[in-house]
Ligand binder design. Structure first.
Ligand code: BG6
Length: 311
């Protein structure tokens, strides 16, 4: 007799770190580490992993886990005086047992609420008081949703930048294209953050890329030709989109990244970077990411971008 697994299970992961497993009745699942408030796995109802996790990910605090969805807060990248990507990804989060209600009710969905509050040590490096609540939800169709709510509980305003640093798993980076970012302006991290304008074609990859696309649409499609799979990324409250692949040389220089791992990943990160978000005392900001994976409408060399972008 098989015992049905619960929709939300709190258990131990790598190195005994606390982990939450979300399961949806049709078989999709997600795994979240309290370390970093970090989603490390998202599987569809065939059990296929949809997020990239480095073959050398070491799950050893204080280092961030390489892969999945690290949270970059209160600073994206090197856009400020803090360490790269801030510190939320290197802190232990807690389960939030009594979060303030959401306007929409999560019926028929497996979800977990996490909270991160700064410690005395954190306040020394970034002297602002806040509550960062993160709800991670697995929808009935296997969609993965992350909602961040950051509330200023300080007496002064503060500003921050942010990203859901999503590592998508792809079959072969050379077979991937991104639609929705054509013709947009971007800051090129490989050229001292200089501003350029993307040309008209969908974006494909043949070398290192590290770009912050500005004022992006709420929907971006990442098409994996070989897998015939399209990731649809929807976002709210996050105007920018970072696209990153370290390619061969940089991959070799990263201790927690396999030499060939760059072939099987692409980061497309819903972000707020160019314009920092400012919260007055008592104000709350909300930033949402929704990911779905659907079969590509790819037939004999022809994609139908309209279908991809409307679906
Ligand atoms: C990306 C940045 O978001 O993250 C890159 O745009 C950076 O510049 C990459 O190299 C990885 O960062 P980290 O700190 O996780 O090695």
């Amino acid at each position: 007799m098989s015992v049905e697994k619960p929709p939300v299970e709190i258990c131990k992961g790598v190195h005994g770190l606390d982990k939450v497993v979300l399961r949806e009745v049709r078989g999709s699942s997600a795994e979240v580490y309290l370390y970093g408030g970090h989603v490390t796995s998202w599987r569809n109802d065939h059990g296929e992993e949809l997020l990239f996790l480095s073959t050398k990910a070491d799950f050893k605090p204080p280092k961030a886990i390489r892969g999945g969805i690290p949270i970059c807060f209160p600073q994206f990248g090197s856009h400020g005086n803090l360490d790269q990507h801030g510190f939320a990804r290197n802190r232990f989060w807690s389960i939030d047992t009594n979060p303030p209600p959401f306007p929409t009710v999560s019926i028929n969905k497996a979800f977990i609420d996490l909270i991160f509050k700064p410690s005395e040590e954190d306040l020394k490096i970034w002297p602002h008081s806040y509550e960062f609540r993160l709800r991670i939800t697995l929808g009935p169709g296997g969609d993965l949703m992350l909602t961040s709510r950051i509330r200023n509980i300080d007496a002064k305003p503060f500003s921050f930048t942010f990203a859901y640093h999503t590592y998508l798993s792809v079959s072969d980076i050379s077979e991937v294209r991104v639609e929705g970012l054509e013709t947009l302006d971007f800051l090129d991290n490989l050229k001292a953050k200089e501003r350029f304008t993307e040309q008209g074609d969908a974006i494909t990859f043949e070398s290192e890329v590290d770009k912050i696309y500005l004022a992006t649409p709420t929907k971006i499609a990442i098409i994996d030709h070989e897998k015939k799979r399209t990731f649809v990324l929807r976002k709210d409250g996050l105007p920018d989109a970072v696209v990153w692949n370290p390619w061969e040389k940089k991959a070799k220089s990263m201790a927690d990244f396999g030499d060939d791992d760059y072939k099987h990943m692409l980061c497309v990160e819903a972000a707020a970077v160019e314009k920092a978000i400012t919260l007055k005392p008592g104000e709350e900001w909300k930033g949402r990411l929704e990911l779905s994976a659907v079969p590509s409408s790819y037939r004999s060399g022809q994609l139908d971008p309209q279908r991809v972008l409307q679906g």
